[in-house]
Ligand binder design. Structure first.
Ligand SMILES: [Zn+2]
Length: 286
């Protein structure tokens, strides 16, 4: 992993920070978050000030058109909108150490501890879910969500390693969404509800691909994919509420959140405008 990944830019006038290459506005460089658009970018080394605050300033070699490119563009627009340039110069924050101070020993520690994150997997986004859910799945697939396991790998001190939900096993993406009994109960319930054969996912990638292997086609397959993605997002939210607000996790609540949020989104975003809540609860969707 390049060392520049351990500096986060704090935007001032946007003169120094590279828009695509540096870490600044999200937890990943934009080139990794929007790889398809990055491919279309004409000036890959452009600075933040060239892409922010001047209205429509994208410079594409060809206009974004595919589904994924458009989804990435939506995401990028929302990111750019949230940024305001200021008169002061850009600053850099060192992420390799809790203190934020740059030290050679912490660089060395990082270089030896980092795993190989090279990853060519291309996630197929679920169109009826909002960007935030898709981005979450995408980051989880790359093990880039802040599980205890990931934080400990990054030398964060004082992080409890066991799973917040079950107290057993180390809290990794794989554990939280495939092995943890909370996740397993959610998947069992989802399979019964949607009348899909019960599955067992061995890895997170298995899980986000499972809609392809349970005998579904067309719309039913897309809805099921969304339910799996949404469920992961709801489980993660419940985990955060437990961890940061001390709110106990109840399986029934996780499931009812999945169903109620799913109903709102599927109806408004997947063109199921006539779907009633009772049909959704019976999973009578087509
Ligand atoms: Zn667990």
């Amino acid at each position: 992993m390049p060392l520049r990944r351990f500096f986060k830019g704090v935007v001032g006038d946007g003169e120094c920070i590279a828009f695509w290459l540096d870490l600044w506005v999200c937890n990943e460089p934009l080139k990794d978050l929007c790889p398809n658009l990055f491919r279309l970018e004409k000036d890959k080394k452009c600075r933040v000030k060239c892409r922010v605050g001047l209205g429509e300033v994208w410079k594409w070699s060809s206009m974004p058109a595919s589904e994924t490119e458009m989804a990435e563009l939506d995401f990028l627009d929302s990111v750019v909108e949230s940024v305001n340039l200021e008169g002061r110069r850009d600053k850099w924050q060192w992420l390799g150490d809790m203190s934020g101070e740059f030290k050679v020993c912490s660089v060395r520690r990082l270089i030896y501890s980092e795993l190989d994150y090279s990853n060519n997997y291309v996630l197929k986004w679920c169109k009826w879910l909002p960007i935030k859910c898709n981005v979450f799945i995408w980051q989880a697939e790359m093990s880039k969500i802040p599980t205890s396991d990931a934080l400990r790998r990054r030398n964060m001190v004082g992080v409890e390693g066991s799973c917040a939900l079950c107290g057993e096993g180390s809290e990794s993406v794989e554990h939280l969404f495939t092995n943890c009994w909370v996740a397993m109960r959610v998947w069992n319930h989802i399979c019964s509800w949607t009348r899909v054969q019960h599955f067992f996912a061995f890895s997170f990638r298995d899980l986000i691909e499972v809609h392809k292997h349970v005998g579904l086609k067309g719309k039913a397959k897309k809805v099921f994919q969304g339910i799996i993605f949404l469920s992961c997002w709801v489980i993660w939210r419940a985990r955060n509420k437990l961890k940061f607000e001390g709110k106990q996790v109840k399986i029934e609540e996780v499931i009812s959140d999945i169903k109620s949020i799913g109903f709102l989104w599927v109806r408004s975003r997947a063109k199921f405008s006539n779907l009633s809540c009772s049909n959704w609860c019976k999973y009578d969707i087509v």
